[in-house]
Design a protein around this ligand. Structure first.
Ligand SMILES: [Cu+2]
Length: 166
């Protein structure tokens, strides 16, 4: 019995000296919260103070440069009328969010005019240049349907996405 536990202990030590340590690192990396949901109270500047309507939900979309491609992550999401979508400038900025006037439901333009702070032009959100800056769009009273959007600086590079309001 005693010999068995000594052997088990030895095996453990050998494992620890081998790949064991590496495995511990992997686990720690996995446990690290990703940037999809920065902590509230984050010092990042927030454009606008859009808050979800009563019962509404907040969604996060990251704007990133991955390798050589600029993208929204996720680039497709489904929300409900009354929700708020927060676009985070994670990497590769400046980014923004612009909606195509002909790719949103009827009546949505007026809703977005009210729900998008600091527009550079109709349906064109301000550019986020500071790291971790957030642009929040309120979909209060937004009609159901598809809302296609793009990043003005990176449209030619294919940075676009689609929101579906239920
Ligand atoms: Cu962009």
């Amino acid at each position: 019995m005693r010999v068995t536990s000594m052997l088990a202990g030895l095996a453990f030590v050998l494992a620890a000296c081998g790949g064991g340590e590496q495995k511990t690192d992997d686990q720690q990396t996995t446990a690290t919260p990703d940037q999809a949901a920065p902590a509230a109270g984050d010092a990042a500047p927030v454009a606008g103070d859009a808050a979800p309507a009563a019962g509404g939900t907040t969604h996060d979309v990251n704007m990133v440069l991955e390798g050589s491609s600029y993208k929204y992550v996720p680039d497709q999401l489904t929300i409900k009328s009354g929700d708020v979508v927060r676009f985070h400038n994670v990497s590769g900025g400046p980014h923004n969010v612009s909606f195509w006037a002909d790719s949103i439901p009827g009546g949505a333009a007026d809703v977005l005019k009210a729900g998008m702070p600091d527009q550079m032009a109709p349906l064109e959100g301000s550019l986020l240049t500071e790291p971790n800056a957030i642009y929040a769009v309120s979909f209060a009273n937004a009609p159901a349907g598809e809302y296609k959007f793009y990043c003005l600086p990176h449209l030619a590079l294919g940075m676009k996405g689609k929101l579906t309001v239920q």
